[in-house]
Design a protein around this ligand. Structure first.
Ligand SMILES: [Zn+2]
Length: 319
């Protein structure tokens, strides 16, 4: 039998799309750079994106956030004024699937540089329970975005991957300052690596591995450090738990030696406190860093994450 060679069609991938970088050829005549201010104007969708832009951009960028401090970012509706502001910026940094109105505004705008953080790392589907009990690892960038967990910034490793991509996008969009963007990105990634080590060491030996949160923001963090997150609500903090879910949580809390029910700074703590008092558990804050306010236990991403680590160590019984 003749073995005939088959021609395998070459699969071409749109590299730019894979990187999450969409560069339109049309010039944005209203951009600050074009207007000669010399500043690279970046619109960020919410705090973790603004923080990356500021850390990487340093003195060369002017960063505006579409989500105000203290505003809950999920499903935020942006105003006509903000849409206009977006249109006049040099770059937009956002996280697809967290804020549909931002996704729409970005898609419709002619901003020259569009950076989607979700395309710079890997996403997974997460339900109310993430971690040891029912591990689901259907990680893929090509899946439908629906059901994919957007909370990548709470995992220092994924956040560092996003930082690397943002750095490259800034270098490309504003080449005059490429050397500084490169240097700032490297410094930020180094700090995130150190934070990852702190979490790894700090959570290596704990009595319990299970923690209860208000909304399912800590799935990637839980998986990264071998913990199980049980969320009262789903990925969206506005959702309400069923009576059956509340009963399950109380049973599970007893079985797994859970000590603490965590609530957040930007959403109601009512359900968390009810469950805690019914099950005889403590409450404490675990901050999803979706915004920094006066109530935050830290002034920026790093200090809030360090406070989160301490809260987890206390709740899980760090040895
Ligand atoms: Zn969230």
């Amino acid at each position: 039998m003749n073995v005939r060679r088959r021609l395998i069609p070459v699969v071409t991938t749109a590299a730019a799309a894979a990187l999450g970088l969409t560069t339109l050829s049309a010039c944005s005549s209203q951009s600050a750079a074009a207007a000669g201010t010399g500043t690279f104007d970046v619109v960020a969708s919410f705090y973790p994106m603004a923080f990356l832009a500021e850390q990487i951009g340093g003195g060369h960028v002017h960063v505006t956030s579409l989500t105000q401090p203290g505003q809950e970012p999920h499903d935020l509706e942006i105003s006509a004024r903000q849409t206009a502001q977006l249109q006049e910026s040099d770059a937009v940094l956002y996280l697809k699937n967290l804020q549909p109105s931002v996704d729409d505004a970005v898609a419709q705008s002619e901003v020259k540089t569009k950076i989607d953080a979700a395309a710079l790392t890997s996403l997974e589907k997460h339900g109310n329970e993430v971690g040891g009990h029912a591990a689901s690892h259907d990680s893929s960038q090509n899946e439908e975005l629906a059901g994919l967990d957007p909370h990548i910034w709470l995992d220092p490793v994924r956040y560092a991957q996003v930082a690397e991509g943002v750095g490259k996008a800034f270098e490309k969009a504003d080449p005059d300052h490429a050397a500084d963007y490169k240097k700032n990105t490297a410094a930020l990634v180094k700090k995130l690596d150190a934070l990852d080590t702190q979490f790894k060491d700090g959570l290596a030996n704990t009595k319990s591995k299970v923690f209860i949160t208000t909304h399912a923001a800590f799935g990637y963090l839980a998986e990264r450090y071998g913990l199980t997150e049980e969320a009262i609500n789903g990925l969206d903090p506005e959702s309400e738990p069923s009576a059956a879910r509340v009963k399950d949580l109380e049973t599970m809390a007893r079985a797994d030696g859970v000590t603490t029910v965590f609530y957040e700074t930007l959403v109601s703590d009512k359900t968390a406190k009810t469950i805690a008092s019914d099950a005889g558990l403590r409450t404490d804050v675990l901050d999803p860093v979706e915004g920094i306010t006066a109530k935050s236990r830290g002034k920026d991403y790093f200090s809030v994450q360090e406070a989160n680590l301490k809260a987890l160590q206390t709740a899980l019984g760090s040895k």
